[in-house]
Design a protein around this ligand. Structure first.
Ligand code: GMT
Length: 377
């Protein structure tokens, strides 16, 4: 099948999922065309059935705001027509779903019928999408998509709650490539960071407010009072400066290491004992799944779709958003006893295997077959 994938090219979860999906589909013999304004971060190889079409945005001085959506729509029309795509799969509703719907209408006027699948990832619904200024466009684009998927039941419920969507939404959870995300023997690396045998806590994110990285630091501060430990902070973003200041204010600088944006995240996770995800909202929590696959249990908030991944008392603990004391208590419980820690690590890995890429990709392939066979397009 010839599949067009539209996504954000950045390190964000939606772009990662879209890129890993496309790479795996290409491995399985499909022809995959990525359409984005930059080469996706995880698109690190090419094969004879993997293509990338860049969207160029005009910088004409008249435009205070470059018309990205218009250029994307034109590019979609072009790629669908000339590559003879069977289906367009767009990740993140804004503005990908509306651009795809417009492209579909332009193509229909020329007698070309292309089905559209929209996958919702989270903030396109829970934060950005329900901003009233986006509502009519998001609602219309979802209702005009041939199929909609969401990465968790919680996100599906949120979508119905905030938008008048008439279409059925199919839940297809995120997935993990276990070949890449598994615990690697990296003892030398662990010793270099934890020379006194300290426990290693880790957080990875884009350092946006919604991730509540300040709660990570505050929780760690309380843990470090009881358990010799260090905290690795991976990623970068708008809150980084405030978080650095908080570390100084709490006198924790010697115990916290900022690693910035990192590609080989599995190498870092391989030496860690506990992952912290205190997010305000999280439709799924792909970063937590990556940690679990590397045998790292998770202390998280109970927001959004996280409880569909992290099982309270088994793979980690779920706490109320902002309850730093509860998160610290749970972390100390896991880290203070080697036997308990080992059990949690094994349970985390076992749970991650339920999201194995081989189990999830066929669900998308099934959708592509269904949508291209139906006369809905
Ligand atoms: O978490 C982010 O800020 C990035 C965001 C995105 O859209 O790229 O991630 C969302 O999609 C991921 C992949 O489906 C999910 O695992 C994340 O939970 C979700 N983030 C939020 O809902 C905040």
């Amino acid at each position: 099948m010839k599949i067009g994938i539209v996504c954000y090219p950045t390190y964000g979860g939606s772009g990662v999922v879209a890129t890993e999906l496309g790479k795996e589909l290409a491995e399985r013999g499909h022809q995959v065309h990525f359409i984005s304004y930059k080469q996706p971060a995880r698109l690190d190889f090419f094969t004879n059935n993997l293509f990338y079409h860049q969207v160029y945005v005009s910088s004409y001085p008249l435009f205070d705001y470059p018309p990205y959506e218009t250029t994307l729509t034109s590019r979609l029309v072009d790629v669908v027509k000339f590559e003879k795509l069977d289906v367009l799969h767009v990740h993140y509703a804004i503005p990908h779903a509306s651009a795809a719907v417009f492209a579909k209408q332009i193509l229909a006027a020329e007698g070309i019928h292309i089905p559209i699948i929209t996958t919702l990832h989270g903030t396109d619904i829970t934060l950005v999408g329900k901003d009233a200024s986006f509502t009519p466009v998001v609602t219309y684009s979802l209702n005009q998509s041939n199929l909609i998927t969401s990465v968790s039941q919680s996100l599906k419920d949120d979508t119905y709650k905030h938008f008048k969507v008439m279409n059925d939404i199919q839940v297809i959870p995120n997935f993990i490539d276990i070949n890449r995300f598994s615990k690697k023997p990296r003892e030398h690396f662990r010793k270099a960071i934890s020379s006194q045998g300290e426990k290693l806590l880790v957080h990875t994110s884009n350092f946006r407010k919604v991730k509540r990285v300040d709660d990570v630091v505050k929780t760690f501060g309380k843990v470090a009072e009881k358990v010799p430990s260090k905290l690795l902070l991976v990623g970068d973003g708008p809150e980084r400066h405030n978080i650095e200041q908080l570390c100084r204010d709490l006198n924790l600088c010697d115990k916290i290491i900022f690693l910035g944006k990192q590609d080989p995240i599995e190498e870092i996770l391989s030496v860690c004992d506990l992952f912290l995800m205190p997010s305000e909202t999280e439709s799924f929590g792909l970063a937590a799944l990556e940690a679990m696959a590397c045998e790292v249990p998770v202390i998280s908030s109970n927001a959004g779709g996280i409880p569909e991944l992290n099982i309270d008392g088994v793979t980690g603990f779920l706490c109320k958003v902002g309850d730093v004391d509860a998160m610290a208590k749970a972390a100390i419980h896991i880290l203070s006893d080697e036997h308990i820690l080992t059990n949690f690590k094994q349970a985390a890995k076992k749970r991650a295997l339920e999201f194995h890429i081989d189990k999830i990709i066929p669900l998308y392939e099934e959708l592509y077959k269904r949508v291209t066979a139906s006369s809905l397009a």
